[in-house]
Write a protein that binds this ligand. Structure first.
Ligand code: TYM
Length: 337
């Protein structure tokens, strides 16, 4: 059986990148009867950058509500909040002794964030990927569906898990335990890195304040405006060419991800069309995709009691899976029961 785990930080307003690179694929996997899946609102990760407590609470609910509005099947999958499952922080501590400072200092996200938050380069910002490794390893995840930006963290998770399994080979064998499952990244072929519409060399990001960011909560008018203004080029040719036409290729990628098309199919559809038409069609597709989701979101976010109920059920299921794993790890490491 395939086991999937993924997480989203409630650290900003959700973007089209989060939806196309993550949520849309998670929703699909949540309905697959041959996959067991866990989706986690990673609030403990979000505090590595200062958060307003009121906003953190609101955004934690919002990430859960976007998942549900997009159609996540919570009968077949588990939706929960990271801080509701104590095993995450406990395993993170244990794994931190299997992670080298040098490895953490090499992480691109750490380098970026410590540049952007120079006044607050806290220890959590550095050890962030250890917590992420704990998130993944607690659920015996075989696959981790994420955007391209998380690949490096996944590689570190694999290294830490392999290191632990090798170090305790004897103890694991004696206890008839297999140790950690080594997870594979599952990065989508299309929309693995949705770029900013104004700066197609930058990833579209929750934390960037740019007119080229499309938020899931944007109105149709705002979405149309953002696409109308999207940066293209002087080629006057809709082609899939990331190196030479990054803006156009990004728009094509968004269109493909929304409509379920291959790049060739999308390029054929726009053959001979001008950029104005092309941008308008992409904007219309995004609006049509998001409108029903936005309507459901508006209802769900108003009913916190119902969200609490769903998240409590998720936490219970997640705890049942995670607690025995952390117990196994402590036992293998020699902690007294
Ligand atoms: P986060 O919160 O930044 O993003 C959530 C998910 O959205 C994807 N994503 C994108 N995909 C395509 N294009 C973009 N522009 C774009 N921006 C974001 C991310 O790749 C991610 O899949 N460290 C993680 C959260 C995390 C996690 C985990 C993920 C914590 N624990 C365990 C997987 C498994 C993060 O900051 O994602």
């Amino acid at each position: 059986m395939k086991t999937v785990l993924s997480g989203i930080q409630p650290s900003g307003d959700m973007t089209l990148g989060n939806y196309l690179g993550a949520i849309k694929n998670h929703v699909k996997a949540s309905k697959d009867p041959s996959t067991q899946s866990y989706y986690c609102v990673v609030d403990l990760h979000a505090i590595t950058v200062r958060q307003d407590p009121k906003l953190l609470r609101e955004r934690t609910y919002a990430v859960a509500a976007w998942y549900l509005a997009a159609g996540l099947d919570t009968d077949q999958s588990t939706l929960f909040v990271q801080s509701h499952v104590r095993a995450h922080t406990e395993l993170a501590w244990l794994l931190s002794t299997f992670t080298q400072i040098g490895e953490l200092e090499r992480m691109t996200q750490y380098k970026d964030k410590s540049q952007r938050h120079k006044h607050n380069i806290n220890a959590g910002l550095l050890t962030y990927p250890v917590l992420m490794a704990a998130d993944i390893l607690l659920y015996n995840a075989t696959h981790v569906p994420v955007g391209d930006d998380q690949k490096q963290h996944l590689e570190l998770t694999r290294d830490v898990a392999i290191r632990f399994n090798n170090h305790y080979k004897k103890e694991l064998k004696k206890a008839k335990q297999r140790g950690f499952i080594i997870p594979e990244p599952a990065i989508p072929e299309i929309a693995a890195r949705v770029m900013d519409l104004q700066y197609p060399e930058n990833k579209m990001s929750k934390s960037a304040e740019s007119a080229g960011t499309v938020l899931l909560a944007d109105t149709p008018k705002q979405i149309e405006k953002a696409f109308k203004r999207a940066v293209t080029d002087n080629e006057a040719n809709v082609a899939w060419d990331r190196a030479n036409q990054p803006g156009v290729t990004n728009l094509l990628g968004i269109y493909c991800a929304v409509k379920g098309l291959t790049p060739d199919q999308a390029v054929a559809e726009f053959a001979g069309k001008g950029y104005g038409d092309f941008k308008g069609t992409v904007a219309d597709a995004v609006v049509a995709e998001l409108e029903p989701i936005q309507q459901r979101f508006a209802e769900l976010i108003e009913d916190k009691a119902e969200l609490d109920k769903i998240l409590a059920k998720g936490a219970e299921k997640a705890n049942q899976q995670a607690q025995p794993i952390v117990e196994m790890v402590k036992d293998i490491m020699g902690f007294v029961k």
